[in-house]
Write a protein that binds this ligand. Structure first.
Ligand SMILES: [Zn+2]
Length: 251
């Protein structure tokens, strides 16, 4: 297998070295405390931490951007400003209108599958929250990335554990799975991200895979900590990694 690197920038923002490309996933590049809290009305408390590096370091050598969905903690005005207009971008079909409102000129909308040179992208549709919140939260996606000679990566996105996720793991047998594990609560009530328990389900379903748990400790409605994820991984003998912001995980 050829070398693959996944760097957590912050929240769900990742930088991948994969298939000979540098891919930026879900860029949220705003400084600490620059947009609204999801817990306390009228206060700018998000993100709760700064990025561990400058914006130019994040976007400098990027070949393409992958968006799982266009919520502001995944694609924000700072990212729109920092990225070149013509950068190659892949996004879910349902975000077409949102992307049409931006200045980006090289967007590929992924329905079932897309090809980026040697990298095959397969979209896995997910549920961001309970059915009652569908109108508010909209469609979200995960992506399976496959390239000859490289481990298969499943970027799950802001999707709760369900049959679709389980079947995708069975079908594609990913060696690396990135979960958004912050356990976020919508208006203090319904959970809209995987939590510790669901991250454990992913790891148990894919015992041969490394699970990289992100989307923690950066947005104020995310309740799960890295320490909880590390503790459960150790206790249950699982392969869950909870990288720090800026940390690179190599394969
Ligand atoms: Zn999110």
């Amino acid at each position: 297998m050829k070398k693959t690197e996944i760097q957590l920038i912050r929240n769900a923002t990742l930088k991948l070295n994969y298939g000979g490309k540098t891919i930026l996933v879900d860029p949220m590049l705003s400084p600490k405390h620059s947009f609204m809290s999801f817990v306390e009305q009228g206060k700018d408390l998000n993100p709760t931490v700064d990025m561990p590096m400058s914006i130019s370091e994040v976007v400098g050598n990027v070949d393409a951007v992958f968006l799982t969905h266009a919520h502001p903690d995944h694609f924000d005005p700072a990212a729109m400003k920092a990225l070149p207009r013509g950068i190659r971008m892949f996004a879910q079909v349902s975000d077409e209108a949102t992307l049409n409102d931006t200045h980006f000129t090289n967007v590929s909308l992924v329905d079932e599958r897309a090809q980026y040179d040697n990298i095959t992208i397969t979209r896995i549709v997910g549920k961001h929250g309970p059915d009652a919140l569908f109108e508010v939260l909209g469609v979200v996606s995960g992506y399976i990335l496959e390239a000859e000679g490289y481990p298969t990566i499943y970027i799950v996105g802001d999707c709760l554990w369900d049959n679709n996720i389980e079947q995708a793991i069975e079908k594609y047998n990913p060696g690396i799975i990135v979960t958004n594990s912050g356990g976020a609560l919508f208006m203090g009530e319904n959970r809209i991200l995987m939590d510790v328990e669901e991250t454990v389900k992913v790891a148990q379903k894919a015992p041969g895979a490394k699970v990289i748990a992100v989307h923690v400790e950066a947005i104020d409605h995310c309740k799960v900590s890295r320490n909880e994820l590390k503790a459960v991984s150790e206790k249950e003998g699982l392969n869950i990694i909870a990288p720090e912001d800026g940390e690179v995980v190599s394969f």
